[in-house]
Design a protein around this ligand. Structure first.
Ligand SMILES: C[S@@+](CC[C@H](N)C(=O)[O-])C[C@H]1O[C@@H](n2cnc3c(N)ncnc32)[C@H](O)[C@@H]1O
Length: 260
């Protein structure tokens, strides 16, 4: 059986696009400490068991484990998972799981919380919703973090430039988090909003661009060079800051919202 949009299994290494950009992924900013603190608290703090679906190289899983949570980091792209393993080697509280969100192979009712961070757009919602409902213990938390570019002059112009070079890099429709809660048979209680701004130098800007699935692996070298030149021009005109809005969707698949 295949999973996800591309109907792949985790052993189909060539099919998972993040295998082709993993080397550039560490340039991407992680998550603000305040957001990780908030999530760790909501998930029950030290000793709680968490499953992260689409954990990538561990940008969220590692700081959660650093706060005492036990994290099962599920990731289908082997190159991403091996970077996660390398970065987490001092953290026994992380288990790396080579699997897709739609079928993790983890035991039923194994965790107090499931989280997807910048990954909900990659999973097949119906199968993943069913898997989330299977993994969560009664009263468990489902958290979905979505990342969107903030409409700063630099980010707006950069997104426009990317779309010029790759018209298929269309902005993804909102609503995937809500859809996942519905497919899990659950409900979102609230959405918290965070902002993150990280100044970029030229090398980091290039690596971040190369780490985007609709840029690095999607454009040929020539178009990529032209896009990088356009990005340099933008960075000379507007302050190059990677600015994101982070939406934290919180809810459960059963039971009421706990007291804040
Ligand atoms: C944008 S990255 C986010 C990684 C990490 N959560 C973070 O916040 O840095 C999206 C991740 O989802 C993974 N992914 C793609 N399809 C998936 C699927 N069907 N199941 C689980 N993960 C998937 C990708 O391989 C990639 O590592």
């Amino acid at each position: 059986m295949g999973f996800g949009r591309a109907n792949l299994t985790p052993t189909d290494d060539r099919g998972w696009v993040f295998n082709r950009l993993a080397e550039h992924y560490p340039a991407r900013p992680g998550y603000p400490d305040e957001l990780v603190d908030r999530l760790a608290g909501l998930m029950g703090g030290t000793g709680s068991e968490v499953v992260e679906l689409g954990a990538g190289i561990g940008d969220l899983a590692i700081p959660l484990a650093g706060r005492g949570l036990r994290v099962h980091a599920v990731e289908p792209a082997r190159a991403m998972l091996s970077l996660l393993r390398e970065r987490a080697r001092e953290l026994p509280a992380i288990t790396a799981v080579h699997a897709a969100a739609e079928s993790t192979g983890l035991p039923a009712a194994c965790c107090d919380a499931v989280v997807l961070a910048d990954a909900v757009q990659w999973v097949e919602p119906r199968l993943t919703g069913r898997e989330v409902a299977r993994l969560l213990r009664p009263g468990g938390l489902l958290a979905v973090v979505e990342a969107w570019p903030l409409p700063t002059p630099f980010m707006t112009a950069l997104v426009g430039a990317i779309e010029t070079f790759n018209p298929r890099a269309r902005r993804r429709p909102p609503g995937r988090a809500t859809q996942l809660f519905g497919c899990a048979g659950g409900r979102c209680w609230e959405v918290e909003r965070w902002e993150d701004r990280v100044p970029l130098d030229r090398a980091r800007l290039e690596s971040i661009l190369r780490s985007l699935s609709f840029v690095g692996p999607a454009l040929g070298e020539r178009a990529l060079d032209d896009l990088l030149a356009a990005a340099d021009g933008l960075a000379a005109r507007c302050e190059p800051i990677w600015a994101r809005e982070l939406l934290l969707h919180l809810g459960s698949i059963d039971g009421p919202k706990p007291d804040a």
